[in-house]
Design a protein around this ligand. Sequence first.
Ligand code: ZN
Ligand code: ZN
Length: 83
Amino acid sequence: MNTITAESHTGSRARYVNSKCRCDNCKQANADYMRAKREEWAQTPFDQIPHGTCNGYVNYNCHCEECTLARTVAQQERKAARK
Ligand SMILES: [Zn+2]
Ligand SMILES: [Zn+2]
């Protein structure tokens, strides 16, 4: 087996995304990146948020009518796809 062990490299988000490495180091690197991104997105002015998207609701933490609706629709679609 050619498994990359956590000891063999430091965590990297690029590795997590591109090489689909799911070792603890890379998972942590990705989690750190996403947390920083969310904080950044939370500072986004209201008019620059992609409203009417799940992205707006989840990542930008916008709960306006449009984003809430998009989120609801996406959840319903996910539920329907599971059947
Ligand atoms: Zn890794
Ligand atoms: Zn919105």
